[in-house]
Design a protein around this ligand. Sequence first.
Ligand code: PEP
Ligand code: MN
Length: 325
Amino acid sequence: MILQLKSSVSDQEVATFHEKAGWFVVSRGQDKFLVLGSQVRSIPPELDGKVSEQWDFDTDIQLASRDFIAETKQITFSNGVTIGGDYTRPAIIAGPCSVESREQLEESASFLSSVGIRFLRGGCYKPRTSPYSFRGLGKEGLTLLAEMREKYGMLIVSEVRDATHVEEVIEHVDIIQIGAKTMYDHGVLTASGRSGKPVLLKRGFGTTVQEFVQAAEFMMAEGNEEIILCERGIRTFEKSTRFTLDLCGVEWIKKHVNLPIVLDPSHAMGYSYGVPALTKACIALGVDGLIIEVHPNPSEALSDAKQQLNHEEFSSLLKDCNVSQ
Ligand code: PEP
Ligand code: MN
């Protein structure tokens, strides 16, 4: 249940609702809202006479529900670039899976900016499936990404692996990426919810759409409205591709959820040969953005080598898809 409070309710009173009852308080401009669980069916007595509007929900997708706010959230960045609400101009977020060296990142950033890409993505804290795999350059990588922002004017996207370095990532990026394996880390969700920065939340590969959107709801309840959802494939019985891109889930999200949805054909497919055709399919479906992994020399990449496009392949994909940025 979401309750809009009358403007006569004082800030002090609102704070006591949060402290005593544990209800979340969300502000939108001058308006204040209390968010209670969807199981609450009637206005609690202590709020008698203090509520101007009420929304009831069947599930805990509340702030993210189109029944609360019908239009898709549009996120505007410092350079005027936007994500959300325009399927005719999906934002392309591209870059190598991992930041590996200054040379590699410089080559990536200079190429991607030359073909009009505004979002440079590279992981510095990689959540890997094996302890013996490359786990990223950490802070050194974040510093390199920040240098590319200065040099090429690109917006930086990089992922958080856990709560130990969440503040460091928040400080360096324009969009905080929360990876599939981190979707349930409540330390990361809380810090990102309070960060004041846009978040790209990837769907855990073993989670339902409901659970996925509820993870976004954790951050929205902390006051962050700028959450971008990312479908990157779920695990099914099918083994011939890395994951299975859940396009039906995407359509469900588009109908019911007011957050932008970005698709990641690279991680879903796991093999570069399928990425261009899947990208076209996603654009035909209508999405707010795409994540595509691009590496100057994919066969030498330190992570996700098989799925990254080289620069030539990425250029022809952009041409084929006609997605000017
Ligand atoms: C990534 O984006 O490089 C990544 C690790 O993806 P995911 O969290 O979707 O597995
Ligand atoms: Mn990757």
